[in-house]
Design a protein around this ligand. Structure first.
Ligand code: SF4
Length: 246
């Protein structure tokens, strides 16, 4: 992987290729490195309701547990708003229990089901013009801003990189985004905004990028204890080479 420090900044198009920017030049090899390092990750669902379930069930758990819960919902079957609504609660709880205590998540799932049943046009709206799509995702409160941005990308094919704090933290540690001048808690969000503002607006690039970057942030470049010794990005990582302060 080429040295990546100091590559971010204004992003004029690469000469001869109007569809590629300098941002892609630094982010592409990172995403490729992560694709090789991890098992292939299944794409985020393209159906808006299935994406909603996938995202809500994927919070504060591992991708493997989330996928087990999604597989259990598929077996019921309960992957449409009406099917979840009609499904026996005990079966829903048993499926959701794969990701942890089901009460809070079941509440979020049912809240989403009610919205999708009341506003039947959400699926279509998410794929429509961006203002209308954004308004639709705001109805789904359990998504929060990052989940809403991810739904716009995954289900709506809008070229948006979700402002994921894990991606901001990763960018700061790699040294491609200087730590913003704000308190520590807000810094990863600010850094994520900087990254999102500079990446190429190419859906085919952004979908795997957010999937693998957020996976790396959760699995290896964790908040409290980054596993730099096994990290495939360590060679060019500013954090990994920083002198240890005793
Ligand atoms: S080397 Fe360490 S700090 Fe750098 S990206 Fe990898 S896990 Fe994160």
């Amino acid at each position: 992987m080429a040295a990546i420090a100091s590559m971010i900044g204004p992003t004029p198009a690469v000469p001869g290729r109007s569809d590629v920017t300098n941002a892609e030049c630094w982010l592409s090899p990172i995403v490729e490195e992560l694709k090789h390092f991890y098992e292939p990750q299944p794409e985020a669902p393209r159906d808006a309701f299935v994406f909603y379930l996938w995202y809500v069930l994927g919070q504060r758990t591992t991708p493997a547990r989330r996928d087990a819960a999604m597989a259990a919902l598929k077996r019921i079957p309960a992957l449409t708003p009406d099917a979840v609504w009609k499904a026996p609660r005990a079966k829903l709880q048993a499926a959701i229990a794969y990701v942890g205590p089901p009460e809070e998540r079941l509440h979020a799932v049912i809240a989403g089901v009610e919205v999708f049943r009341r506003y039947r046009e959400i699926e279509r709206a998410v794929r429509g013009p961006i203002l209308q799509a954004r308004r639709s995702t705001r109805l789904l409160r359990a998504l929060g801003p990052v989940g809403a941005q991810w739904m716009l990308l995954a289900a709506g094919d809008h070229p948006i990189l979700p402002r994921h704090a894990g991606v901001g933290r990763l960018a700061m540690r790699l040294g491609v985004v200087p730590p913003p001048c704000c308190d520590g808690a807000r810094a990863p969000w600010r850094a994520a905004r900087v990254v999102a503002a500079t990446v190429p607006r190419d859906v085919r690039f952004l979908k795997p990028a957010i999937l693998y970057l957020s996976h790396h942030a959760a699995a290896t470049c964790t908040v409290a204890e980054p596993h730099c010794r096994v990290c495939p990005l360590a060679v060019d990582c500013a954090y990994a080479h920083a002198p240890v302060v005793s």
